[in-house]
Ligand binder design. Structure first.
Ligand code: ADP
Ligand code: 5GP
Length: 209
């Protein structure tokens, strides 16, 4: 029997630490999981598709949705607005599917209040040098944006202790093994499997043939 409830799985990391790469690998291996597509006022990067990585909205559209209470949480990050549409998440969970979130630390704290139980993972870069090199190597942000992201990284890493799990993204395959292990273990929590033990227990009280 599989009565497992859909799980809220939150992955957080300073920009450039490799969170999109790791989430992509997890979704490729577990296609039943859905990604929470946030709304953002930032401009699309090369290769980003509206509705896939984000819904790209104007500041006016964002404010209207926020004021209507459509976002489970929202935050301003690096001068842009980001929000998690509540209805899509609830719909996915109601179908028993897991939802994976890519949000900043403020968003993670808000999701902890909004969804219980939920799992929270923080991805750490191995060092400032490596993070700087990855942001530069990705080539999607100008020098000023990279500087802003590195400043923000320090503040975010200082809050890593608020999370349930820490994964250091040094060698990608190792980091992925860790993230995968966390995901699989979280699926086994009793709170996500209501009635499982009870159903097996019921078989004990049936008369033996
Ligand atoms: P984030 O989503 O956290 O901003 P990305 O997944 O976009 O980060 O990764 C930033 C850059 O670093 C990308 O160019 C990505 O290919 C690269 N990268 C990610 N993980 C590793 C790793 N373990 N080793 C080397 N490069 C990596
Ligand atoms: P980026 O612009 O690099 O895609 O994302 C910048 C930051 O915004 C990242 O830390 C990312 O996790 C965060 N982010 C993306 N979507 C949301 C969201 O819906 N809510 C919050 N709070 N942060 C988000």
């Amino acid at each position: 029997m599989d009565n497992r409830l859909g799980m809220v799985f939150v992955v957080c990391a300073p920009s450039g630490a490799g969170k999109s790469t790791l989430i992509g690998k997890l979704r490729a291996e577990f296609p039943g999981m859905e990604f929470s597509v946030s709304h953002t006022t930032r401009a699309p990067r090369a290769g980003e598709v509206n509705g896939r990585e984000y819904e790209f909205v104007s500041r006016g559209q964002f404010a209207a949705r926020r004021d209507a209470g459509d976002y489970a949480e929202w935050a301003e990050v690096h001068g842009n607005f980001y929000g998690t549409p509540r209805a899509a998440v609830l719909d996915t969970l109601s179908r028993g599917l897991d939802v994976i979130f890519d949000v900043d630390v403020q968003g993670a704290a808000a999701l902890r209040r909004a969804f219980d139980p939920a799992a929270f993972v923080f991805i750490l870069p191995p060092s400032l040098e490596v993070l700087t090199a990855r942001l530069a190597g990705r080539g999607t942000d100008d020098a000023q944006a990279v500087h802003k992201r590195l400043k923000n990284a320090e503040a975010e890493i200082a809050r890593a202790g608020e999370f349930d799990y820490l994964v250091v993204n040094d060698v990608l395959s190792r980091a992925y093994e860790d993230l995968r292990a966390v995901y699989l273990a979280e699926r086994l929590r009793p709170a996500r499997n209501p009635g499982l033990a009870e159903a097996i227990l019921a078989s004990f009280s049936r008369p033996a043939r």
